[in-house]
Design a protein. Structure first.
Length: 275
């Protein structure tokens, strides 16, 4: 594990060594089509001295250009008072072969869409310069990511479907387009979380076709499954499925099972049975 994590020097910005190693392992032209994934993760706020570089790590670091812009925006506040709270990680995945490479990371605090815009296209510029073809940008449904997508709105609105900006022209190869795709596991968890909050007197009350969609329906199904024994239709619900914690909310498998076809059929079965 130590050899794996120390094969290159990790520092904020674009990992040039990782990019060159990635490019050297791709031979076929169709294998050069890749997706760029990005995700911002919460970290513990702290300062750490790196004995190898002699630098103190833990401050916000958005890359050379964005770093200077941040300093100009915060003239009344020294950068030494601005400790990073998140890390924005970029990863490249192959579309036709198994490739998973972390290619850049930036220490952030209050990331804006304009800052994200600069960093994303800087990373894509590096990838395209190595003859890699970025076809897809994937991110979760965070507000800053949705705003980043909307920044690519064309005057003709030709890149909009159902009110969503889903693609843009690749500035490094105008004959190709780059598509925006929301992270599917995140969407599944978000859908489940919206359902979990749907209740009378709660913060949300979901409804479709004149019928309420309540989390209590799933809780009732769970209670019935606990009382019955023998042959069971589909996925048997557990306490983890219906009584969510901060940890279980992060598990995609639990969300996918709750929203599965088998659970839907169980709800329909008991609705017809109970009248």
């Amino acid at each position: 594990l130590r050899d794996y994590t120390h094969w290159m020097t990790a520092k904020p910005g674009i990992h040039t060594d990782a990019l060159e190693d990635l490019a050297s392992k791709i031979d076929k032209d169709d294998s050069r089509c890749v997706a760029l994934l990005l995700d911002e993760m919460k970290i513990k706020e702290d300062l750490v001295f790196n004995k190898h570089s002699g630098h103190i790590m833990g401050y916000v670091n958005l890359g050379n250009v964005e770093q200077q812009l941040l300093l100009l925006e915060k003239e009344d506040q020294s950068l030494t008072d601005h400790v990073a709270t998140h890390v924005l990680q970029f990863m490249v995945r192959g579309l036709s072969q198994r490739l998973e490479y972390p290619v850049a990371h930036f220490a952030t605090s209050t990331l804006t869409a304009s800052q994200l815009y600069s960093m994303v296209w800087e990373v894509i510029c590096k990838l395209e310069s190595l003859d890699l073809k970025v076809m897809v940008i994937t991110a979760d449904g965070a507000a800053v990511n949705r705003k980043f997508f909307r920044m690519h709105l064309m005057p003709s609105r030709s890149n909009v479907s159902n009110g969503v900006v889903y693609k843009t022209t690749n500035p490094f190869d105008p004959e190709r387009e780059v598509f925006f795709i929301s992270d599917v596991p995140h969407l599944i968890k978000t859908t489940r979380n919206c359902w979990e909050k749907s209740r009378f007197g709660g913060g949300r009350l979901m409804k479709k076709g004149g019928q309420y969609i309540l989390w209590s329906h799933l809780q009732d199904l769970y209670s019935k499954s606990q009382r019955e024994s023998g042959l069971y239709i589909g996925k048997r619900l557990t306490r983890e499925h219906v009584h969510l914690t901060s940890y279980s909310k992060m598990r995609v498998d639990l969300a996918a099972q709750v929203l599965s076809e088998s659970v839907g059929k169980q709800l329909q079965f008991y609705r017809q049975k109970d009248g």
